[in-house]
Ligand binder design. Structure first.
Ligand code: SF4
Length: 287
């Protein structure tokens, strides 16, 4: 939940660099607005809309350098896609929920919406850079404009958005780009894994080591603790794939599609793992 990015209000078009979290410019919205249940990822229960017990008065985390050993692994993999600083500094003009407690419910509600909007922008930015179809690029640019335009207004305009409709349009566009990209890789992974390799497939713990997965459709698949070492995932669609504890040592994800920093943080890679240039190797990979 803690990293840095430029402290600027959103400018059109937002790049993936703009969509990185900047916790120093955020009123710890992920640590307050969101709720979580006690599990392997969170050591305690916390209801939505209340500050985490580990939150300091300056919006920093008192256990930031010990999150994993203290049982808060979920915090290390969460990514707001830069929504936190946008809501804090732009939509609420730098006035925190501590300074103006009456704004807290609306600020937290707006954050949950803007986080989804920023996530869509993250994927659309990649879709726009991967498609060669002018019509698809036009659709991508149109959706980015709609989303950025909505966030250029005020909190009420954000809350009034028809998120369901927007999600459907973005999803359709992302899938079209996925089809285009994967076709260029001939989807070799399908040949090797047959019927098991479909969107949403349960591949938990599977040994896929060194399998050629170029252009594979791994959208929404459960790859928890799967062995993907030395796999070539170029052009593979990883939208929403669950990579918790997946072994990525020596894997090539540099041209994987729709990969996020959050997925990398949840997985286990090493110094040989190739990743997109606008993502970074998590610190715990050095372990
Ligand atoms: S443990 Fe730290 S990073 Fe996680 S929610 Fe609490 S304050 Fe935020």
């Amino acid at each position: 939940m803690h990293s840095t990015a430029p402290d600027t209000p959103p400018n059109s078009p937002l790049t993936r660099t703009d969509l990185r979290p900047d916790c120093s410019s955020c009123f710890a919205l992920c640590c307050t607005a969101l709720g979580f249940s006690r599990s392997a990822d969170f050591a305690v229960d916390k209801p939505a809309g209340s500050p985490c017990r580990n939150l300091d008065s300056d919006f920093s985390c008192t256990i930031h350098d010990r999150l994993r050993p203290r049982g808060f692994r979920g915090c290390t993999v969460f990514d707001c896609f830069g929504a936190g600083q946008n809501v804090s500094q732009h939509l609420f003009r730098g006035v925190s929920w501590r300074e103006a407690p009456e704004t807290a419910p609306e600020m937290f509600a707006v954050f949950t919406v803007v986080r989804q909007l920023h996530e869509m922008l993250w994927y659309l930015a990649e879709a726009g850079s991967r498609t060669y179809d002018p019509d698809t690029l036009h659709r991508v640019d149109g959706l980015r404009s709609i989303i950025e335009g909505a966030m250029g207004g005020d909190a009420q305009q954000v809350l009034a958005l028809d998120l369901g409709s927007l999600h459907a349009r973005v999803r359709s566009t992302l899938m079209d780009v996925s089809d285009e990209v994967r076709a260029s890789y001939l989807a070799t992974g399908d040949d090797h894994l047959g019927a098991r390799l479909v969107p949403g497939a349960d591949l938990m713990g599977q040994n896929l080591r060194s399998r050629p997965l170029q252009g594979a459709n791994l959208r929404g698949t459960y790859l928890i603790a799967a062995d993907l070492r030395e796999c070539d995932l170029s052009g593979a669609d990883l939208l929403g794939a669950d990579l918790r504890d997946a072994r990525l040592g020596g894997a090539d994800l540099a041209r994987a599609l729709y990969l996020t920093q959050s997925q990398l943080e949840a997985a286990r890679g090493d110094s040989r793992t190739l990743i997109p240039e606008d993502l970074h190797a998590p610190g715990h990979w050095r372990d």
